[in-house]
Design a protein around this ligand. Sequence first.
Ligand code: DON
Length: 313
Amino acid sequence: MSMAIPDLQDVVAEIADEMRQRVDRGDVATYIPELARVDPGHFGIAVIDAEGHVATGGDADTPFSIQSISKVFTLTLALGLAGDRLWQRVGREPSGSRFNSIVQLESERGIPRNPFINAGAIAVTDLILSGHQPREALGEILRFLQFLADDTTIQIDKAVAASEQRTGFRNAALANYMKSYGVLDNPVDFTLGVYFHHCAISMSCRQLATAGRFLAHLGRNPSTGFSVVTPERARRINAVMLTCGHYDGSGEFAYRVGLPGKSGVGGGIIAIAPGKASIAVWSPGLDESGNSHLGRIALEALAKRLNLSIFGS
Ligand code: DON
């Protein structure tokens, strides 16, 4: 049975070309000073179909700061460590508020709404850290991404991590608040250190699309045959990505693109077309929810032209 997508490279090249020409690019994130230096003119896209054919366009091989996209992979690791017990410290409902919002934490007694908002991801990182030194936990996360992407050159951008460590007062507030409720087990500084560093991992669209393949194919990379998670867990991670992966823009993303996806404030988005493809796009300019502006537009065009929406054509 052939699952190749016809005309894939043509469509991807066409979209990269269209995105290159657009003038509405959104604004790059400035609250992490190091990210403010990134050229908003970049655009990259990589799509890998079920047979492993890779189609790329634009800056598909330029590494960028994956930021919150790392939260998909820390969630996967934490579920592997704790199973369903994870859901005792973090919920799985969309928040309807910004990615770094603190308001719900008080009324919900320090339990973050979901693992993708900052508070939730910090709680997930804390779980991975338990029983380890920060350096070991970070090594686990980095090696997991290197394994999934089949690329040992993937590294942490130390300048980005240091930049956020110097200025991440909001995340420090979230972490201290959760700590006051006993939701974090480790010293706040340790947990934040690991969190800032995994957000600062640099990857290209090609590497990210490769790393996401297990989510598109029932938990298994169909090219290597390696099973990463069970089919049930892959389905559930995709469900959380669909409902929470774009924060208060998750409804709009589902409406326009119709795929589970996870954005990062570096301008990347990973999107999963179950059974069909793993996709990564990158354009550093963001919309008002902190999600890549052209990244979303490119994914909308791709899903439409290739009939990828999980809701049908
Ligand atoms: O904690 C932060 O604010 C960043 N390290 C990650 C936030 C992020 O990527 C939000 N995504 N769109």
